[in-house]
Design a protein around this ligand. Structure first.
Ligand code: FES
Length: 174
């Protein structure tokens, strides 16, 4: 038997043992997850991108409507809710429905349309510049929505923001 044959046998033995090992592992895995598999739950390894609610009645931390397709923008977010508590930190922002809501580095709230007026990309808040930026072609907007730098030429629509006296509720409206 030459070296090549020995290696072939070794590989074959290895693959057989691996196959047995895999089958055994799969059997244990299925036994362990039988309940969740049969109930139709997702694989625990599956991940999803977190999103904020767009409409709500309060239980999710949002009350009202944050999408233009559902009527006038008018909503309140509970800043003590984990989903929105980031908006208590200066220099942070969250996309809520069709809006970008930011607490500037100077502690003022801004709520603007999230849709870049150039070609519709979702904009982002840059704490380093304290402005709104579109990563697609580099447009920049100030926190009133006005264009600082093109190619965008039209301003982002701005919405009113009112912080409750206790600082725990932010109301956004047209
Ligand atoms: S889509 Fe925003 S700059 Fe072009």
């Amino acid at each position: 038997m030459n070296t090549s044959q020995k290696e072939t046998m070794k590989r074959g033995e290895f693959l057989r043992s691996l196959s047995l090992g895999t089958s055994t592992l799969m059997a244990f895995y299925c036994m362990g997850t039988m309940t969740s598999c049969s109930s139709g739950e997702m694989d625990p390894l599956t991940t999803t991108t977190p999103t904020t609610p767009t409409t709500g009645t309060g239980t999710s931390g949002l009350t009202g409507n944050a999408t233009t397709s559902a009527g006038a923008i008018s909503f309140t977010v509970d800043l003590t809710n984990a989903t929105y508590s980031k908006l208590k930190t200066a220099g942070s922002y969250i996309i809520i429905g069709d809006l970008i809501v930011a607490l500037s580095t100077t502690n003022t709230y801004a709520a603007l349309s999230k849709v870049c007026t150039h070609e519709g990309t979702t904009v982002q808040y840059r704490s380093s510049e304290n402005d709104i930026y579109c990563s697609n072609h580099g447009s920049e907007f100030n926190l009133t929505g006005a264009v600082d730098k093109g190619p965008a030429v039209a301003a982002l629509k701005a919405y009113k923001t009112v912080l409750s006296t206790d600082g725990n509720t932010l109301t956004v409206s047209a």
